[in-house]
Design a protein around this ligand. Structure first.
Ligand SMILES: Nc1ncnc2c1ncn2[C@@H]1O[C@H](COP(=O)(O)OP(=O)(O)O)[C@@H](O)[C@H]1O
Ligand SMILES: [Mg+2]
Length: 407
């Protein structure tokens, strides 16, 4: 079946659509080199999609006004409920437009859509609220609108089922990471650098419940905010600004002392942790430093927080089995296009014996990975199979993720 995966992350930069062919032949194996590698998994929690082939992908930037409205809606103190209700339907239209444009571009018709939606709020931890302890999440983008416009069923709202099962609702992409990147000989860390950065560590020959996955902290979020405020540009293209600056070491060390970085996984982050408030404090610490140095420091914070996470929470878990040594980090997300960040990352991980690669080398373009993941997750849901990975989210049991809107 052909599934369109639709992803829009915390960067609120736009919409990524991936059209994939997913087969269910557990006994079959990949037939051509262009097939993304994926085989029937052995563990209980990863049972489904045995063969995933990317047919095409495209990215659509949000119009500036829409981006501003999304960022305003994320600002919990000021958001108005009428605007949020409207935004939900507007995003449904934009997601449908994006899917249809991608279908036309590649002359492929989807049979099913898996849409993550735009996260407006995520609180993965239980907290007291009006007499009960609850965790809460909210992804917007009306799936009924998408299914009406595209004419096929839509799976949406993937996170609540995991949270109802006691999980943090994130990360969900490890399902795809495990399917595509596990290896019989080497341990691999699959690292996405979106607005937030998150990793999936897969020891050699691991079962699905042996993987570790968590958010490492900010990805591009703080870099984007600093670039916007100091240079009036939405992001540091290719890392050119950071390359022309010097890292402010005392500021960097101060930032890395944040409690989030020391907290043990599972853990998730969002604009709640690394949004406005954090950036304001960061800029205050930078004082009157050169503007380029501020961007370089934000970039170094992303890199060092990833390297620290690997050192603290990934390497110690490999146990006595020397075969489980992590040798590769496979990077995806918009941050993979930031040359300065990637160079710093390679330098930080080399002493740990870890080589940095891109998902592109495996036939999966960096910007398409999460969209492919939501196509794969939708396929599992369509087949009534669970696709959360309890060891990654902290859920007590596997859960069938999402809700289905029928066309
Ligand atoms: N050429 C580039 N150079 C530097 N950074 C880039 C480039 N292209 C994309 N990015 C960064 O990637 C971000 C978007 O990444 P993405 O993976 O879509 O994140 P999210 O999932 O949070 O939306 C942009 O905000 C920008 O910071
Ligand atoms: Mg994005």
């Amino acid at each position: 079946m052909i599934v369109a995966g639709v992803m829009s992350g915390t960067s609120a930069d736009g919409i990524n659509v991936a059209l994939v062919r997913i087969g269910d032949g557990r006994a079959r194996s990949a037939t051509s080199a262009s097939d993304l590698r994926g085989r029937a998994a052995h563990a209980d929690t990863v049972t489904g999609a045995s063969k995933i082939k990317l047919l095409g992908h495209a990215t659509y930037s949000y119009p500036a006004k829409v981006r501003a409205a999304i960022l305003a809606a994320m600002n919990a103190e000021r958001a108005r409920v009428a605007d949020m209700a409207r935004l939900n339907f507007l995003l449904g239209e934009l997601y449908a437009d994006a899917v249809r444009a991608t279908e036309r571009k590649f002359r492929v018709k989807a049979d099913l859509v898996g849409c993550h939606g735009q996260t407006l709020y995520h609180q993965g931890e239980l907290q007291p609220f009006l007499g009960k302890k609850i965790a809460a999440t909210w992804q917007t983008g009306e799936a009924a609108v998408i299914s009406a416009r595209v004419g096929v069923p839509v799976v949406s709202d993937f996170r609540p089922a995991d949270m109802a099962a006691g999980g943090k609702g994130a990360p969900l992409v490890p399902y795809l990471d495990y399917l595509l990147f596990r290896d019989s000989k080497i341990g691999r860390i699959v690292q996405n650098i979106g607005g937030i950065a998150n990793l999936t560590a897969i020891p050699a020959r691991a079962a699905a419940d042996n993987i570790v996955a968590f958010d490492t902290g900010p990805g591009n979020m703080v870099i984007d905010a600093a670039t916007e405020m100091l240079f009036g540009r939405p992001f540091d293209r290719d890392g050119n600004i950071a390359a022309s600056g010097a890292v402010l070491e005392p500021v960097l060390q101060r930032l890395l002392r944040q409690k989030f970085f020391r907290t043990k996984p599972p853990k998730t982050a969002g604009r709640e942790e690394f949004g406005r408030g954090f950036v304001r404090e960061f800029l205050r610490l930078c004082g009157s430093a050169h503007k380029q140095d501020v961007v370089a420091t934000a970039t170094a914070m992303t890199v060092q927080s990833i390297a620290d996470a690997v050192r603290r929470f990934v390497i110690p878990r490999r146990g006595p089995n020397r075969k489980n040594i992590f040798r590769e980090m496979i990077v995806s997300g918009g941050g993979a296009r930031n040359t300065t960040l990637m160079k710093m990352l390679a330098e930080s991980l080399a002493p740990l014996g870890i080589r940095v690669r891109l998902t592109d080398e495996f036939g999966l373009p960096s910007e398409a990975k999460e969209a492919v993941a939501f196509a794969a997750l939708a396929f599992e849901t369509w087949n009534r199979r669970p696709s959360n990975i309890p060891s990654a989210t902290g859920a007590k049991q596997p859960a069938v993720l999402g809700k289905i809107s029928y066309a």
